[in-house]
Design a protein around this ligand. Sequence first.
Ligand code: CAA
Length: 379
Amino acid sequence: MDYLLTEEQKMLKEMVAKFAREEIGPVARENQEKGIFPAAIIKKAGELGLMGIAYPPEYGGAGMDYVSYMIAVEEISRYCASTGVIVSAHSSLAIDPIFRFGNEEQKKKYLPDLCSGRKIGCFALTEPGAGSDAGSTKTTAKLVGDKWILNGTKHFITNGAEADIAIIFASTDLAQKTKGISAFIVEKGTPCFNVGKHEKKLGINSTSTTELIFEECTIPKENLLGDLNKGFKVAMTTLDGGRLGICAQALGIARASIEDSIKYAKEREQFGQPIAGFQAIQWMIADMCTEYEAAWLLGYRGSLMKDKGLPYAKEAAMAKLKASEVASFCASKAIQIHGGYGYVKEFDVERYLRDAKITEIYEGTNEIMRMVVSSFALK
Ligand code: CAA
């Protein structure tokens, strides 16, 4: 489907594919097995302009568009879904809200370091009692003099351990639920702001997923991001873009599953011929390719609409819903095609399935995606 891309997007795709194949692929399995955060790769990604692709050069970004951002996340995730979500959570969940809702001072202060990858960002909305029901946020922020005082615990935060800059959602008026939530920028090293428990996970094991704990944590008044009590809109708008990032991550996993399966099917001989000669295998590959391309087109449409400034919440939800289910489908079929070899760690396809599952859950479960889509359909 490269014919849909501009020359600049094709060049970016080629550049990121080479970087991912040569530098991310060779270390992906070991990093995942040992739970190592790929710090050197993220540094290099920053040097290549991949940590702030869709943001203007005046803020340190690469000045490209969201389609380009999705292309990069897919190419990276083709080799390592962990690295894909590190880039995606950093870009679409931390840079994006500062770029869209920050004042000029905040943009100048935070964006150049984030867009260059010198600093890592994270987005902290989820809490133990506020997952899908994000409006039930119990973390509070109280204005005392010219400081905000934060109390509460966020959990399941991607990049939580490494993030230098965290976007935190806290209630500034508990009685008002979604209409009483505000967004804040909190810097690493702020006293009484600590990283808590690190989760052990099924997949994406090169990423950190942690608690962030605030105990009478004091931040400057000017670290309010956007308007007071308008933080839920900041969160929802940000997640629309984030869902496209997860769609791209899922597409990368699906493509890895397809490419590895085709290679294996051509090499593996049974009954005196490569298994690619059997219709059972051909049909699985046909279904995987068809599903992948359908999901890719939904993702492309969503990012194109975002680039054009059109409303795209429904399209982002559809894209993430479809791509995440396609990733799990393709990874599962890839294991089937690999047979017993697919179930052992000698091949990468078992990792693809473990990595795929989370794309059906984070940045809004697929049940929430269906709620979003149906709310538009039934309007
Ligand atoms: N864009 C802008 N505004 C939006 C919006 C959107 N996409 N979606 C909702 N809103 C607005 C509504 O218009 C409404 O505004 P008004 O009050 O002015 O009418 C307001 O937000 C509240 O909307 P709802 O009444 O629909 O809110 P709700 O409490 O019923 O929740 C929900 C809606 C869609 C279920 C929402 O809670 C949701 O998206 N939940 C999932 C949360 C989620 O995705 N969490 C992921 C965490 S991040 C993560 O996984 C990160 C990681 O580290 C990788």
